[in-house]
Design a protein around this ligand. Structure first.
Ligand SMILES: [Zn+2]
Ligand SMILES: [Zn+2]
Length: 254
């Protein structure tokens, strides 16, 4: 089984389901995307390695934070004979086969390694464009694109890739669009622009995703984002829904 992010794996999956995970794609090292990796690794079985697939920047942060030996067992090096977590580097636009799926990492504009001065207004954002990734995941002719966290630009970064299903973050309401350049999340208005690029040649058969699932809605602004997404669906004709916990999604080729 392939997991996308480790946001809620231990909270939402049984131990047997966790034991079936062979690989985890981690988009970037923000806490909300990797916080269940330590528990997943600990729950075992330890003799069965899990691939952790992400950028070199993501791996470096995980090692020195969640898997620092002063905080938790350093599962990238432990047990010494056969570490529980096996890091596998993902590089933008270099396809990988992971747990039987074809995975194409796509660069995303999101991660700033030193954000505190930015958040406190003391410095401008200095993003590291090599850290955050989205993942195009294909099995046979069916495909999905998961944006991870991203500012505007993911549709262009996808190049010729056209997913059947888009799972996209929509982190901010339109009223906070002025904060997009600082926080690098999408508003519904930004998503509309991205969908217009993906579907510039017409409907699903020409490149627009058949289905769009919105995730990562800021809880404090969820009602506003939901209302604005209804307007985006109306304007673009896209089938947009807000994903729910426990939702099952079947991806099929057109
Ligand atoms: Zn983030
Ligand atoms: Zn996030």
């Amino acid at each position: 089984m392939l997991a996308v992010e480790a946001s809620a794996l231990t909270a939402s999956l049984s131990l047997a389901e966790q034991a079936a995970i062979r690989a985890v794609l981690v988009s970037h090292p923000h806490f909300d995307h990797c916080k269940d990796l330590p528990g997943l690794a600990y729950n075992g079985p330890w003799e069965q390695p899990i691939e952790v697939v992400g950028s070199a920047g993501t791996h470096a942060v995980l090692r020195r934070t969640l898997f620092d030996p002063s905080l938790w067992l350093p599962f990238f090096d432990f047990p010494p004979a056969a570490p529980r977590l096996a890091y596998r580097e993902a590089r933008a636009h270099e396809p990988l086969t992971v747990a039987g799926y074809r995975v194409v990492p796509v660069p995303s504009d999101h991660y700033a390694p030193a954000e505190l001065p930015v958040l406190t207004g003391q410095a401008a954002p200095t993003r590291d464009p090599s850290v955050a990734l989205g993942f195009f995941i294909a099995c046979g002719d069916a495909s999905l694109y998961y944006t991870g966290d991203t500012g505007p630009g993911f549709a262009a970064a996808l190049g010729d890739l056209r997913p059947d299903v888009l799972v996209t973050e929509v982190g901010l309401p339109n009223a906070q669009r002025h904060r997009v350049s600082e926080l690098r999340h999408l508003t519904p208005a930004d998503l509309q622009a991205e969908l217009e690029i993906l579907g510039a040649r017409g409907g699903p058969a020409q490149g627009a995703p058949a289905r769009v699932l919105a995730v990562h809605l800021a809880p404090h602004s969820e009602a506003a984002i939901r209302a604005e997404l209804v307007e985006v669906a109306r304007a673009t004709g896209a089938a947009i829904e807000v994903a729910t916990e426990g939702q099952r999604l079947t991806v099929t080729a057109p």
